[in-house]
Design a protein around this ligand. Structure first.
Ligand SMILES: *[C@@H]1O[C@H](CO)[C@@H](O)[C@H](O)[C@H]1NC(C)=O
Ligand SMILES: *[C@@H]1O[C@H](CO)[C@@H](O)[C@H](O)[C@H]1NC(C)=O
Ligand SMILES: *[C@@H]1O[C@H](CO)[C@@H](O)[C@H](O)[C@H]1NC(C)=O
Length: 189
């Protein structure tokens, strides 16, 4: 049977308060279904320079996570979240972590840490949270294809062991659950 590919368009909440886009715009992102696993994938842009990134769509996850192994994560804008900051507290982080590899995305000392979960293999790891640029296309009905950038998007790192069981080409998970740090909550702020 030939591959079935949905191309639903996904409208995420109207924006208020955004400096980069006006209140009449909405973010849109393509959603496809992986034919072999039947899981849904959302394509967003992340990091600097912006890189097209496929993430597993998870309607229940409270935050987004992405593989931060040094070969796959290169970005000039990533920042870590120090333990003890208000941001770390609001993430309800339960761990503060150190790192004994060279400093980089997901590897700092005194870093706020989270427990990203893979819902397919039902596994979790402890990994550092980070902030980086995130972008989706915005539309106001006139200029489709313009990018709306969220420069302070909060996500968790993971290591590549957490990608097991996910569709090929996916480098993490997009959390759409009920949380101040879900993907829709962060792009609508
Ligand atoms: C964290 O601190 C330890 C001990 O001081 C040090 O050996 C290590 O290199 C540091 N890690 C990073 C990523 O700076
Ligand atoms: C935004 O739209 C352009 C052109 O329509 C497309 O090439 C690009 O992949 C889209 N980016 C995202 C993040 O969806
Ligand atoms: C989410 O953000 C709102 C508004 O800033 C705040 O009132 C609320 O306490 C936050 N919820 C959690 C669980 O931190």
């Amino acid at each position: 049977m030939s591959l079935i590919q949905f191309s639903l368009f996904f409208f995420i909440i109207f924006l208020h308060n955004s400096k980069t886009v006006t209140s009449s715009t909405s973010f849109i992102a393509p959603i496809t279904r992986d034919p072999s696993t039947e899981l849904y994938i959302i394509t967003i842009s992340f990091k600097t320079p912006l890189q097209s990134t496929n993430l597993l769509l998870d309607l229940g996850a409270k935050f987004t996570w992405i593989d931060c192994t040094p070969d796959s994560y290169t970005s000039t804008t990533h920042r870590y979240i120090p333990c003890g900051t208000n941001l770390c507290a609001s993430l309800t982080s339960l761990a503060c972590s150190n790192c004994f590899r060279p400093t980089g995305p997901g590897c700092h000392n005194n870093s706020c840490a989270l427990f990203p979960e893979n819902p397919v293999i039902k596994n979790t790891v402890v990994a550092q949270a980070l902030i980086d640029y995130f972008a989706l296309n915005v539309t106001d009905g006139r200029n489709p294809g313009q990018l709306g950038v969220v420069p302070d998007f909060v996500a968790s790192c993971s290591d590549n062991s957490l990608l097991r069981g996910l569709p090929d080409g996916v480098s993490g998970l997009a959390g759409l659950g009920r949380s101040n740090y879900s993907l829709p909550a962060q792009v609508s702020y």
